[in-house]
Design a protein around this ligand. Structure first.
Ligand code: HEM
Length: 422
């Protein structure tokens, strides 16, 4: 990360903005299995070979962090709004955008972490100095409570999407209020945890007095990918996770299942998506005493290869009737849910222990979809009889409407909602 802010973001002409749902990976698809990755030197971007230090383009028709390749680390934060002054809130969104633009390019916020006025706190907190951009993506979303609490004050009451309703209660839910909801969220993903944490910390600092962090979650070890050509990651239960996910290159399926269409309404959300976040605790200790056969029956896939029951290879088409009726894959599969399909982007978490000698660990489930009613809600209802439920519990929950991308250097997060054309 560069140490001061002289100069502008890397020139778009040096960025080949490719597929990946409109957000570009700088000068080629490093994580898409080849090409060139970048690290920042000064305010310019130079090829350093394919590594995970690359910069992901911030500007595009879609926000990065959805269909772009899944990074290894997560810091997710849900915020509550503390001001009812529309102008002040909008200014914060603009300040956040400027900071996000710089941080995703590997630059320090504002005037940097040192060298400025000795009497004032520095613009940047400094812990990411010298670190690569690490494919940092920052993705913003607006929760139902933003419209409920500030709809009138911010003049956005009429712009509330019909689908942006609090999620219903599902069988087995044991939700902690303090880990649920939020007026807005920022998902920070990066290959270096310090880069992700730095990003959330600096946004929270900029937002001081206007927003406050309601809850946050650190994640490691992605549990699904949008790059099927890479090895499928494993979750904390030891199974390959994300095999049958939507890939970042599947433009047609992204249009059909992930991006909100012009005709879906409201207009400000077209090109955006809906994000469901669920903190799912795993009863790891019980799972670890469960026989291999039972573990495989529960998912309907084998543990080594990840092949569906009766098939040899991970990518073989699942034959659902060969699985037990309560197998996770059988119940979650589109064929069991009127075709419902979501883009999963979750991470494992371990937040120490629970005081009873058990790990507080599990899956921080993140899923993007065009409409939560025909996406997550449809599938989660069908998972009421999931054999996996004996080993997991949903303890946190949130839903956000994720606006389209920031188009260029004059654009800002939330403009389509708060700007004149909303
Ligand atoms: C801790 C909780 C969970 C674990 C450990 C887990 C694990 C897995 C595993 C190992 C697979 C098979 C590989 C794959 O295709 O990705 C899978 C598939 C899937 N899961 Fe989960 N999952 C969990 C929760 C959920 C939830 C809450 C949902 C959505 C409501 C969900 C939706 C899906 C879907 C849609 C598939 C793909 C089914 C197919 O098309 O074959 N999972 N999950």
């Amino acid at each position: 990360m560069t140490e001061t802010s002289t100069g502008s973001s890397p020139s778009p002409s040096r960025r080949a903005l490719i597929g990946w749902g409109g957000a570009g990976l700088a000068l080629g698809a490093a994580a898409a299995g080849g090409a060139v990755a970048m690290a920042r030197t000064g305010d310019d971007v130079d090829p350093v070979g394919a590594d995970t230090g690359a910069a992901i383009g911030f500007h595009g028709a879609r926000q990065a962090g959805i269909a772009t390749p899944v990074q290894d680390r997560l810091h997710f934060a849900a915020f509550d709004v503390k001001t009812d002054d529309r102008a002040e809130f909008v200014q914060m969104l603009k300040d956040w955008t400027a900071a996000a633009r710089r941080m995703t390019a590997g630059q320090a916020v504002g005037e940097g972490a040192y060298g400025g006025l000795a009497e004032a706190p520095p613009d940047d907190t400094g812990e990411a100095l010298g670190l690569k951009p690490s494919r940092l993506t920052l993705t913003i979303g607006f929760g139902p409570s933003l419209f409920e609490k500030y709809g009138e004050a911010f003049g956005i009451a009429d712009a509330r999407p019909e689908a942006l309703e609090e999620l219903p209660k599902f069988a087995g839910d044991n939700l902690d209020r303090n880990r649920s909801g939020g007026d807005l969220c920022v998902q920070a993903c990066a290959d270096d945890p310090q880069v992700a944490v730095h990003a959330i910390r600096n946004l929270a600092r900029i937002g001081m007095g206007k927003v406050v962090i309601r809850w946050s979650q650190l994640g490691f070890g992605k549990t699904s990918s949008t790059t099927p050509e890479e090895q499928t990651p494993r979750n904390l239960m030891g199974f390959k996770d994300g095999t049958r996910n939507i890939a970042g290159t599947e433009t047609d399926r992204l249009e059909k299942f992930v991006w909100v269409g012009e005709e879906d309404g409201p207009r400000w959300l077209a090109g955006g998506s809906y994000l469901v976040a669920r903190r799912i605790r795993m009863h790891i200790e019980t799972w670890d005493r469960t026989s291999l056969q039972e573990q495989e029956d529960i998912f309907g896939r084998d543990k080594g290869e990840g092949a569906p029951v009766g098939k040899a290879k991970e990518r073989d088409e699942p034959f659902l009737k060969a699985m037990l009726p309560d197998a996770h894959v059988r119940l979650a599969h589109p064929a069991s849910n009127d075709g419902a399909t979501i883009l999963r982007r979750g991470y494992s978490f371990t937040d120490g222990t629970d005081g009873l000698g058990r790990l507080d660990a599990g899956l921080f489930f993140l899923a993007y979809q065009r409409d939560p009613r025909t996406g997550f809600i449809r599938i989660q209802r069908n998972l009421a009889t999931d054999a996996l439920n004996e080993y997991i519990q949903h303890v946190g929950s949130a839903l956000f409407a994720v606006p389209p991308g920031v188009r260029d250097k004059d654009d800002w997060w939330g403009r389509t909602l708060f700007g004149k054309e909303a």
